[in-house]
Design a protein around this ligand. Sequence first.
Ligand SMILES: *[C@@H]1O[C@H](CO)[C@@H](O)[C@H](O)[C@H]1NC(C)=O
Ligand SMILES: *[C@@H]1O[C@H](CO)[C@@H](O)[C@H](O)[C@H]1NC(C)=O
Ligand SMILES: *[C@@H]1O[C@H](CO)[C@@H](O)[C@H](O)[C@H]1NC(C)=O
Ligand SMILES: *[C@@H]1O[C@H](CO)[C@@H](O)[C@H](O)[C@H]1NC(C)=O
Length: 316
Amino acid sequence: MSRISYSPAFLVSLTVVTATFGPAQSQFVIESTASLQSCRSAPVVYSCEATEAIANTCCITTPGGLILQTQFWSTWTGLEKKGQKLPKDSWTIHGLWPDNCNGSFEQYCDASRQFDPHPSPAKLPNGTVITPYKGPSVDTLIKAFGRNDLLHFMDNYWINQGGPNSDLWAHEFSKHGTCMSTFDLACFGSPYRKHEEIMNYYDSVIRAFHQYPTFDMLAAFGIVPSNKTAYNLADIQSALKTQTGATPYLGCSNNGTALSEVWYFNHVLGTPQYGHFKPVESTSASSCSTTSPIWYYERTATSEREVRGVFGNWPL
Ligand SMILES: *[C@@H]1O[C@H](CO)[C@@H](O)[C@H](O)[C@H]1NC(C)=O
Ligand SMILES: *[C@@H]1O[C@H](CO)[C@@H](O)[C@H](O)[C@H]1NC(C)=O
Ligand SMILES: *[C@@H]1O[C@H](CO)[C@@H](O)[C@H](O)[C@H]1NC(C)=O
Ligand SMILES: *[C@@H]1O[C@H](CO)[C@@H](O)[C@H](O)[C@H]1NC(C)=O
């Protein structure tokens, strides 16, 4: 569940989206929409709470109905010189993950939709080897789909560390998205437009991310990045629980002392594409220290860029 590491040689292949968008960007917006008419008579229940077997797996994610919206707090990307920077005053997107209702999880569920150049793990617990993808990076697929608006948002908020953003996006879709039943090809329209479900997954991740403005929720409790003042885990947890209704998982690096990740657990009414997310308690214990101070480090100014106000016409 962690970021992948890259060889330096790989870093030179980074491409940066330099296009700027004014009001004309709306001409690029083509929604990718799952075809859910067959769900019309299906029971509408929260994932992981169905009392009967789910007959149509396009309507509710199953078995991975414990849906995690995961985010990073990083202070650097390693590719700043190439323009890959972090959004000021915001955490960044990690992904949207389908845990099973009992807390276990599946990964890399469809070899025919393997776009991850650096599979991690390279071999699944059941012995299946995941072959590294060598085709064009997923940003080219997004461009080919006409979703420059989506690409622009992703390049601002969905940021990798030590490798190009598109590697993280590919990793998330192939490792996690392919295990969410509502993104199965069978759930998409006829005629199916190639890669439609990938666009739909990325749109869904972004919608879910918008429900959890971690930076703002912490700031509302006076918890802001600082290299002078540290915080304690209970205060960070309580700030987030007060505003979301459930304690998320908090991840820390540096032996539990540097805040670096948050995972929001949810049951979802209907599909994670369009349904309602209900926060539930984390099933994983925090990796942050309960006794040492927790640092929520400030970023170096050269690792950040201003992004607020740029996405006024993002279609949510
Ligand atoms: C957890 O749930 C998954 C999916 O329903 C199932 O395959 C697995 O056997 C369960 N594991 C345990 C330990 O119950
Ligand atoms: C191994 O696990 C993956 C994902 O959980 C699954 O798609 C695949 O069918 C499994 N393979 C075998 C041989 O059980
Ligand atoms: C990591 O933290 C644990 C618990 O606070 C402590 O016992 C241990 O010495 C620390 N390890 C290092 C390398 O600092
Ligand atoms: C704060 O500390 C972190 C971690 O040591 C460092 O990466 C960052 O550059 C520092 N930020 C500032 C503004 O000094």
